[in-house]
Ligand binder design. Structure first.
Ligand SMILES: [Zn+2]
Ligand SMILES: [Zn+2]
Length: 176
């Protein structure tokens, strides 16, 4: 290929479906459509939840997920006045999914986050950006060229666009 046609900036994603699961294997899941974005969240809730430096959120349409195994649930109020529903394996405690509680009652068009570390192919993926960097832990290095936010972004548009562009996916909302 000629230099002009070099698409080396495009980084194809692993082929679908993607698989993942909890630490003990009791819960397994499959993702059947390409995720909307992947980002790191350095808020103190994600640090507590992951008991690590930051949480990795893989944002998907809830309709693209199928789950086998038994999930347990816990919820907490969010700063924006919603209720966040967290789902985890009752056997090993691995956190798997986060979504707004309201989506459970009305799942059409619902978005949700898969906790990135539970994904089998996570080593092949790079976040599009990082949020809540104001509370990042000392020594946490962010790769250059990614989107960075001190707190909560107004919306996920830029994170979704950067992810789509990098991986050659259709822009979110296109074709609707
Ligand atoms: Zn488990
Ligand atoms: Zn967070």
């Amino acid at each position: 290929m000629s230099a002009n046609e070099d698409k080396s900036d495009l980084s194809p994603l692993p082929l679908l479906p993607w698989h993942g699961g909890c630490q003990c294997g009791q819960v397994r899941y499959q993702i059947n459509a390409y995720p909307l974005t992947l980002y790191g969240c350095h808020c103190s809730e994600c640090q507590k939840q992951s008991s690590s430096v930051y949480g990795l959120s893989l944002r998907i349409k809830a309709s693209s997920l199928s789950v086998s195994g038994q999930l347990a649930e816990w919820s907490r109020p969010t700063a924006s006045g919603n209720t966040m529903l967290a789902q985890f394996c009752p056997q090993c405690g691995s956190r798997l999914f986060h979504q707004r509680a309201q989506y459970k009652a009305d799942p059409a068009g619902a978005m949700m986050n898969v906790k990135g570390g539970t994904l089998d192919c996570i080593a092949e993926l790079e976040p599009a950006g990082h949020i809540w960097l104001a509370s990042r832990q000392k020594g946490t290095v962010i790769a250059p060229g990614l989107l960075e936010y001190d707190g909560q972004p107004e919306n996920y548009d830029a994170l979704m666009q950067a992810w789509s562009a990098k991986h050659g996916l259709p822009m979110p909302g296109a074709g609707k």
